[in-house]
Design a protein around this ligand. Structure first.
Ligand code: GGG
Length: 339
């Protein structure tokens, strides 16, 4: 059990509401798990930061994240590309791990979802090599796929799958059309699959994956894919599992890690006190796992699952009418009762 310094970006829109709720729950967790000590270092980034400080990602924020053991980040608004996409590249957070799971109590189209999207996080179209030609009449975006990028994300997916009961990796691409970029991604995934004889391997075109995710989500275990495909499939996966409000994410590299909800800043409900803090709380649970605090992570997930199962504290995105604070109080109570 250890002491950890956590950098915290509260973000924009509903960001401060869901992040504050998560910090509240983590404070409670420290009382329950003896020896766990978290020190929070609040730093600025995002739309409001741009307005107040003239930049969406100040230097002191970057250095605080580098010095911290891990970071929690709320969603940011229009400046997402200049904050999280930039941080992923700067800190080489090459894997975006997004688990999607049905929780009893959460209404969903399909009740048996349990798969993970392992999204390459630093390359592809999100390199943002964009420019215009013909005096602005033609817009071009370059899609960068490297052997190194494919190898490390494929290994991450196989490592992840090897620890799960189903042990299946699905490489998702579109090599029938994008034969050079997706062709390289698929070829490297195939090569890496040979290093993991205990893990089953298959490939699927991204359009077929989008279809199967709705029709047969239970067939998936670990999906590995490129940056933009992973971003889009994640929102679909969240819808199938019940809501973007319960979808967490971990941006991890070999040195640093940032944990954030999959959802955006939802300006339409910001300040109303009804945002679902579950995705950020589950991201904090992933952070605890990454820090090696498996017991604390399990206690936190159990408390969240118990609160969802109870159904009395569901926020409006899940069909309930509870507030962010009511949900948070219920999770804290469940944590206290688990001690
Ligand atoms: N649709 C969810 C959402 O708005 N997520 C924030 C976002 O777009 N983040 C950029 C990314 O994950 O690449």
């Amino acid at each position: 059990m250890g002491s950890y310094r956590i950098a915290v970006i509260r973000g924009d829109g509903i960001g401060p509401e869901v992040v504050d709720a998560t910090i509240d729950v983590l404070q409670e967790l420290q009382d329950v798990v003896r020896g766990l000590k978290l020190t929070f270092d609040f730093v600025d980034a995002g739309d409001l930061c741009l307005k107040v400080r003239g930049t969406p990602l100040p230097e002191d924020t970057i250095s605080a994240i580098k010095k911290a053991h891990a970071a929690i980040k709320g969603p940011v608004g229009e400046t997402a590309a200049d904050v999280i996409v930039k941080l992923r590249q700067m800190l080489d957070l090459y894997a975006n791990i997004r688990p999607f799971k049905s929780y009893p109590g959460v209404p969903s189209i399909k009740g048996n979802v349990d798969f993970v999207i392992v999204r390459e996080n630093t390359e592809g179209l999100y390199k943002r090599y964009e420019f215009t030609l013909d005096g602005g009449a033609t817009a071009v975006a370059l899609r960068v796929i490297t052997r190194r990028g494919c190898e490390r994300i494929a290994r991450k997916a196989f490592e992840y799958a090897s620890k799960r009961p189903k042990k299946l990796v699905t490489a998702v691409h579109k090599s029938n059309v994008l034969s050079v970029t997706c062709g390289l991604f698929a070829a490297v995934c195939r090569e890496v699959s040979k290093e993991y004889p205990d893990v089953k391997y298959e490939e699927m075109y991204v359009d077929a994956c989008a279809y199967n995710m709705v029709v047969r989500p239970e067939r998936f275990d670990v999906i590995v894919t490129t940056n933009l495909f992973g971003d889009i499939l994640s929102d679909e996966a969240a819808a199938v599992a019940g809501s973007l409000g319960i979808a967490p994410a971990a941006n991890v590299g070999d040195k640093h890690a940032i944990f954030e909800p999959v959802h955006g800043s939802a300006p339409d409900i910001a300040g109303k006190g009804v945002a679902n803090p579950c995705a950020t709380m589950l991201s904090a649970k992933m952070m605890l796992e990454w820090l090696g605090e498996a017991r604390a992570a399990k206690l936190l997930e159990n408390a969240i699952a118990k609160t969802l199962r109870d159904k009395r504290f569901l926020t409006p995105d899940l069909g309930g009418n509870a507030s962010t604070k009511e949900f948070t109080r219920a999770v804290k109570k469940a944590l206290r009762n688990s001690a």
